[in-house]
Design a binder for this molecule. Structure first.
Ligand code: FES
Ligand code: FES
Length: 156
């Protein structure tokens, strides 16, 4: 066991966790932030996507200790009193069905909108579909997910 300190959703936390603990395990099992889902555990589905220092990462393929000293944001930390524009857009556009992929889709969506805006690039439908290659959805056919991200991109 080794002490690990990081910031999660704005709160500094220190926990004594084994070196082999995954970031997804730390979030879900130690901190009980179960909005971060685990679908594949092999970096394919994107259900475990969170932000580390403002950039999207897959929490199932990172060791918790690799996040030492960083700022992690999970789906639970995205809303700030009211829904984040990306969350509202998924609601407005029916961008989910079972919801299993949704936290990861939303975290990936926020990351891509912020990145494209920072780089002055246009996030059109083709770019959104390309960016979503790391996030799988079994239910929606992706169409309403793309529409949701397009709406949020105009509001963020
Ligand atoms: S659970 Fe991490 S990518 Fe699928
Ligand atoms: S809404 Fe069910 S997996 Fe995407």
């Amino acid at each position: 066991m080794t002490d690990l300190t990081l910031t999660v959703n704005g709160k500094r936390v220190t926990r004594d966790v084994p070196g082999e603990t995954l970031l997804s395990e730390l979030l879900r099992e130690t901190l009980r932030l179960t909005g971060t889902h685990v679908g594949c555990d092999t970096s394919q589905c994107g259900a475990c996507a969170v932000h580390m220092d403002g950039k999207v990462v897959k929490a199932c393929t990172m060791l918790a200790h690799q996040a030492a000293g960083t700022e992690i944001t999970t789906i639970e930390g995205l809303a700030n009193g009211e829904l984040h524009p990306m969350q509202k857009a998924f609601n407005d556009n029916h961008g989910l069905q079972c919801g299993f992929c949704t936290p990861g889709m939303i975290m990936a969506g926020v990351d891509m909108v912020q990145r494209y805006k920072a780089e002055g690039k246009t996030l059109d439908e083709a770019a959104i579909r390309h960016e979503l290659e790391g996030n799988l959805c079994r239910c929606t056919g992706y169409h309403n997910i793309v529409k949701s991200i397009q709406q949020a991109a105009t509001e963020m």
